[in-house]
Design a protein around this ligand. Sequence first.
Ligand code: IPM
Ligand code: MN
Length: 374
Amino acid sequence: MSSHESGRKLIAVIPGDGVGTEVITQAVRVLDVYKKKCALPLDLWHLDLGADRFLRDGTTFPNEVANRIACEASAVLLGALGDPRVPALDYARDILFGLRLGLDLYANVRPVIALHDRLVPLKGKAKEDVQFVVFRENTEGSYSGIGGQFKRGTPDEIAINEDVNTRKGVERLIVAGFEYAKKKGHAVVHLADKSNAMRHAHELWLRTFFEVAARYPGIEAKHLYIDALCLLLVRDPAQFRVIVTNNLFGDIVTDLGAALQGGLGMAASANLHACDPERVAMFEPVHGSAPSLAGKDEANPFASVLTVGMMLSHLGYTGEDSRLEGIVARAVSEGRCTRDVGGSLGTHASGDFIVGELERSLDARVATLFQRAD
Ligand code: IPM
Ligand code: MN
């Protein structure tokens, strides 16, 4: 539970780098519409963190900020991190992993939902064929940071990154996937691992998966090796509803997923401590800072708009994810979108369309409420 002013929700906003600032500007416009039209009690706390700040004064992710987020915020809205001026990217890892690991946001939930037939690049497939969600373990695996380099820069160099898989970490992520499937009424959950080669770490995934599955008798549990999953995602994605997997495979497979749903400009995500909905959560588009697009008003803001939908729904405003999905789908269908998804608008102008439609939709909702009250 956050200790922010009672009844109000504090949202930490970190636009970050590159196109992150442009897409988060549009996301904030969407939140402003909700504040104006529905008086949502959201207080936005804009944080100047990212490459510019790091280059200015060396700040990456201060402890005071991390502590205030943990104690007071209800959610974090993050744009993107990464800047060619800072090739080492340590500042970006400090912020991103400071949030994911620091807040123990173990479930990275990445919907791969195509909102329009035109967005699906597979021959003969339509949006109905691309309707699944990836649950990516978000706090361990190859991202643990454990490892090192030895004899660096010599011909005998050794580089090690450990793949850390704990029973607790694996189980809670798998449980999150099954709980989601149960809530949504999905009949099947897939595990993707590489237990044929990674026989220690991924055997733990395999064993835990079927143990957890036994607690959900109405849901079929199916196992695939990650390479086979990649093949099937392209050949026949319609069979998937929920996929649970480790940190690295989840990262990779959700870029493949993004391609199936219209590109990275359409892919939203939530980072949750899934077993406790009261805990602060973090929301970010799947795409990166895209330095080559930055500052040109070309980036697609829809991933961030959809991410706001996930955030609102998590904060208890259920149905707002579907409302925003519907509006984004209409924008795509009418070509009121950026070039990557078949339109000719800039970032801001496609945000204008979303804001206008959202205002209309919320006005209509308020009108219906008043009619009912009459
Ligand atoms: C993502 C990104 C990050 C990740 C990078 C920036 C470390 O690719 O969120 O998908 O690998 O998790
Ligand atoms: Mn990624």
